[in-house]
Design a protein around this ligand. Structure first.
Ligand code: NAD
Length: 495
């Protein structure tokens, strides 16, 4: 749904919020620092945005703690929190075009995805957690007749949500939805590449009725703003999504400060395992391509490894190559575009570096590798398929975070599972087969937080999302995420 909007005209007139949102007010950084947010669509500066420093972090954490202690949100009746979150979701829908534009200009994703997927999911997730909060019951422990022990869930306090740039609104909603619903005060730190939707979201939260200090947004960098939050003694939890190395840094920050809880969701090298009896190779090729090319491959659970049984390798590869060529790179503001820009020049260089490396490691460049230019000055790369990839090589093992599919062959289900599990990551995997028993056995044997059978990337707020190993142990979505932002409390009554 992108309607009849003239997106280029809207982009030309776009005036985003650029100040921090602290304690219910718009603020410049205490030291006046700013940074430019640059659009990968055309390389132009979209806006100069406030850069939060240590003083701003202290101010925000202080406000977050104060309002938490006051209890206007943390101890508000669940029905009250629900009403505010439902209103918040409605305001996201009201401002869908503004938020979608912020997202597309910041990170270069196609406007129709920003509208139909990112903004829509953000609103739905906020509403889902709002709806959930007054339908959960606490418990009474079976301690026997001489006592009554209640187990209630308490919010944690001040939660810092630190998110990356690939799905700014979706990942933000996965954190702030359950954290706010549970009664916490939240400080959101968006990635430096994508601050604009977050800064607008803060204003919508206030308009919806969140008390001052309950949702604050600090735009800024990682080593400055992010680290100050991670090291802060008054922050109770960090909910992090991003790279493996930064996740480890947050765990170190916690150890060096107050031992705060840290939930990490990091990258992946997810396998799409296609067995010899896979049903309908056209459908498989379609899912394989969407699994790796969606969002220009900048997806933590991108299906970046195609492990295909030798018997169907050629037939599937033919179809994948045909389908890949249909993912034409275009202007992110064109509502027909399905493949937009990659987030910046650093990411583009990284992707191209991996394609060069693959060739030097002996892989065959079956399609792609080029640098199209639908909008001058932007950062774009073609959908790329590498065949004959050695499972032990770097392109088969390291996260590229671009539209690059590494194809390797296996001999039967057991060998396929062995190759699929040969990774430090464990975020997602798929298996394609017509045999129900093989499907069950293979799904159980794949070490991944999500396994799809005969599909890829099916998702719902009702199911947990997260991984094993280097993908991090945190889980977003579902009622389990609500539990992750609260702690059980026992109250023992002697009778
Ligand atoms: P990143 O780790 O560089 O940045 C993520 C966030 O951490 C940003 O807000 C950044 O400012 C902050 N940060 C960076 N360095 C920091 C430091 N030293 N101290 C404190 N904060 C710091 O990640 P990225 O490159 O922006 O994002 C891509 C990564 O995110 C990929 O590896 C991808 O797989 C992963 N990812 C994972 C999931 C998931 O749910 N598992 C979802 C999306 C993305």
């Amino acid at each position: 749904m992108t309607g009849t909007t003239d997106w280029a005209a809207r982009a030309a007139a776009f005036r985003p919020a650029t100040t921090l949102f602290v304690d219910g007010a718009e603020r410049a950084a205490a030291d006046g620092a700013t940074f430019p947010t640059i659009s990968p669509r055309d390389g132009a500066v979209v806006a100069e945005v406030a850069h939060a420093g240590r003083a701003d972090v202290d101010l925000a954490v202080g406000a977050a703690r104060r309002v938490f202690e006051e209890g206007t949100w943390s101890r508000a009746a669940p029905a009250v929190r629900k009403r505010v979150l439902l209103r918040f979701a409605e305001l996201v829908r009201r401002d869908a075009e503004h938020l979608a534009l912020a997202e597309t200009l910041d990170v270069g994703k196609p406007i129709r995805e920003s509208m139909n997927v990112d903004v829509a999911t953000c609103a739905d997730v906020l509403a889902w957690y709002g709806e959930a909060i007054d339908k959960r019951y606490d418990a009474i422990a079976p301690t026997g007749p001489g006592s009554l022990a209640t187990i209630t869930r308490e919010p944690l306090g001040v939660v810092a949500a630190v998110v990356p740039w690939n799905y700014p609104l979706i990942l933000t909603s996965w954190k702030i939805g359950p954290a706010l619903a549970a009664g916490n005060s939240v400080i959101l730190k968006p990635a430096e590449q994508s601050p604009l939707s977050a800064l607008h979201l803060a204003r919508l939260g206030a308009e919806a009725g969140l008390p001052d200090g309950v949702l604050q947004v600090l735009s800024g960098d990682g080593p400055g703003t992010g680290a100050a939050l991670g090291l802060h003694d008054v922050v109770d939890k960090v909910a992090f999504t991003g790279s493996v190395g930064t996740g480890r840094a947050f765990q170190r920050y916690a150890g060096e400060s107050n031992g705060k809880a840290v939930a990490v969701e990091a990258g992946g090298k997810s396998a799409q395992l296609v067995l010899a009896d896979a049903p309908d190779l056209d459908a498989v090729a379609d899912a394989v391509c969407w699994g790796i090319f969606y969002n220009a491959g900048q997806t933590c659970h991108a299906g970046s490894r195609l492990i295909v049984d030798r018997h169907v390798h050629e037939a599937l590869l033919d179809r994948v190559l045909t389908r890949a060529k249909e993912f034409v790179v275009g202007d992110p503001l064109d509502p027909d575009t399905v493949l937009g820009a990659v987030v910046d020049g650093t990411q583009l260089a990284r992707i191209e570096g991996y394609v060069d490396l693959a060739r030097s490691e002996g892989a065959v460049l079956a399609t792609g590798g080029g640098r199209p230019q639908p909008v001058p000055g932007g950062t774009y790369t073609e959908p790329t398929v590498l065949d004959g990839v050695d499972p032990a090589s770097r392109v088969a093992q390291e996260e590229i975070f671009g539209p690059v599919l590494s194809v390797m062959v296996c001999d039967g289900p057991a060998h396929g599972v062995e190759l699929a599990n040969e990774t430090r990551f464990g975020l997602a995997a798929s298996v394609w087969t017509s045999d129900l028993t093989v499907a069950h056995r293979t799904a159980a044997a794949l070490r991944a937080g999500t396994v799809w059978v005969n599909t890829y990337d099916a998702a719902s707020v009702t199911t947990p999302f997260g991984g094993f190993g280097d993908s991090g142990g945190g889980r977003d979505r579902s009622l389990q995420a609500l539990d992750a932002y609260s702690a059980p409390k026992t109250t023992w009554f002697a009778l």
